[in-house]
Design a protein around this ligand. Structure first.
Ligand code: PLP
Length: 454
């Protein structure tokens, strides 16, 4: 009786090709390759396609299915909430118990001082919201020129017009004549790429100084905020040296610039801490949450607002003319609460830090550190990148930079492993419930793909 079984694979593919425009997809080449793979069901870290093949999901969907697939508990909570109260909004002077309870929980588990929550539906919307909030904040403080936001190259913050402007992704900018004025980008703390002869810690300080230099160039009185993912995920799992964030934090304080941590990927245990900010000791003024907040079972995002900003917005701001119909959707909030409860009950964050994360990192290094086309294996907890290069010694890229990664991704997909490519960095971010045997199988399949690419 399943929905998936209601049509044949050929029918699903044909209808998809005829009507469905996918995100981040070249449809001409998709059609030439015979259409999409139809994913029909999932359990734990495993996916099945319409032809019955079983894939290991090395990406937790899109860095989000942290508690793994097939959690009946989450389906039950959604079902109960839908029957009791499927929807009510939070505009004006109403709310729902699920939104209230989740707000309390998020204030408890996020770093100290982040005690207020504004909900949206996606990471992109949450980041749009933050830009509006920080501009409003500085206006209320009488600093009407403080509008500019500084992001980093390879940063990913979403796909709406403002979120793309925050991103440091040239290809995305070019297609839409972006970034908007007032959005600036500086060097990423990408030691493997830009570090040259510098030790990582010296490079970390240099990368932070790039932000200080830009603040000085623009004038501190015109810079509202810096936005940073603790680990740049979609940009290629770029892990900053330990010196980077303390220095960035100091710079933001010195120049009175707000620091925004985009935790859409790092949040909810991915790095072995609840938040990437915990890992690096960041004390952000605002924080973006999405993905792992519901483990992807329903769309939900949140902006955590620190006390300093919240107080001004509340005391002086009057009505904030901003919000989405589904801000704080009760079903999504109920699922988020149940998802966090599962993470706590099963100790998934501790397990990622002390057990399965280190195991995953060790196996990857063992399998690939000496591989002829692997320049660097980097990662922490259950997020990692395997950077493919033409020459290990000189870190020289392949001449067809980007195409080698795509080839490797195709090999891995054909071998029933979901592993993504960012340029030539192969990236991994499996569900936090992955077992040791499953890690071994994932690494074995990744090796088949990388060997085939070499
Ligand atoms: N911020 C980060 C760090 C992300 O990785 C993403 C998505 O991958 C986003 C924001 C955008 O989130 P969404 O796709 O839900 O709009």
């Amino acid at each position: 009786n399943s929905f998936a079984a209601s049509r044949s694979t050929a029918e699903w593919k044909a209808i998809d090709t005829a009507h469905h425009l996918h995100p981040f997809t070249d449809h001409k080449s998709l059609a030439a390759e015979g259409g999409s793979r139809i994913i029909t069901r999932a359990e734990g870290v495993w996916l099945w396609d319409s032809e019955g093949r079983q894939l290991i999901d090395g990406m937790a969907g899109l860095w989000c299915v942290n508690v793994g697939y097939g959690r009946k508990e989450l389906a039950d909570v959604a079902h109960e909430q839908m029957l009791e109260l499927p929807f009510y909004n939070n505009f004006f002077k109403t709310t729902t118990p699920a939104a209230v309870e989740l707000s309390k929980k998020l204030a408890e588990i996020t770093p100290e001082g982040l005690n207020h929550v504004f909900y949206a539906n996606s990471g992109s919307e949450a980041n749009d919201t933050i830009v509006r909030m920080v501009r409003h904040y500085w206006d209320l403080k009488g600093q009407h020129r403080k509008k500019a936001i500084i992001g980093r190259n390879y940063g990913y913050h979403g796909s709406t017009m403002v979120a793309v402007s925050l991103c440091g992704m040239g290809a995305m900018h070019r297609q839409a004549d972006l970034p908007f004025p007032g959005f600036h980008h500086v060097m990423a703390p990408y030691w493997y790429d830009y570090g040259g002869d510098l030790e990582p810690e010296a490079f970390g300080k240099l990368a932070a100084k790039a932000i200080e230099d830009r603040i000085k160039e623009l004038g501190a009185d015109s810079v509202a905020a810096v936005i940073a993912e603790p680990i740049q995920g979609a940009g290629g799992v770029i892990i900053p040296p330990a010196s980077y964030f303390p220095e960035l934090q100091r710079i933001c304080k010195q120049y009175d610039v707000l620091l925004i941590a985009d935790e859409v990927i790092c949040g909810f245990g991915r790095t072995g801490e609840w938040f990437g900010s915990d890992l690096f000791g960041i004390k952000p003024d605002l924080m973006t949450l999405a993905k792992g907040i519901t483990s992807g079972y329903l769309p939900l995002s949140a902006v955590m607002v620190g006390d300093k900003v919240a107080e001004t917005l509340i005391e002086q701001g009057g009505e904030f003319y901003h919000g989405f119909t589904y801000s704080g959707h009760p079903v999504a909030c109920a699922v988020a609460l149940a998802n966090i409860r599962i993470m706590e009950r099963e100790g998934l964050v501790d397990r990622t830090r002390t057990d399965i994360g280190p195991y995953f990192q060790d196996r990857l290094r063992e399998a690939f550190a000496d591989h002829p086309i692997v320049g660097e294996v980097r990662g922490v907890g259950l997020i990692a990148a395997i950077e493919l290069v033409d020459d290990k010694k000189t870190r020289r890229r392949f001449p067809n930079y980007g195409e080698v990664g795509a080839l490797c991704r195709n090999h891995s997909f054909a071998n029933d492993l979901v592993m993504r490519a960012t340029r030539d960095a192969m990236v991994l971010s499996p569900p936090l419930v992955i077992s040791r045997d499953e890690v071994d199988e994932l690494v074995r399949r990744a090796k088949v793909a990388i060997d085939a690419t070499a």
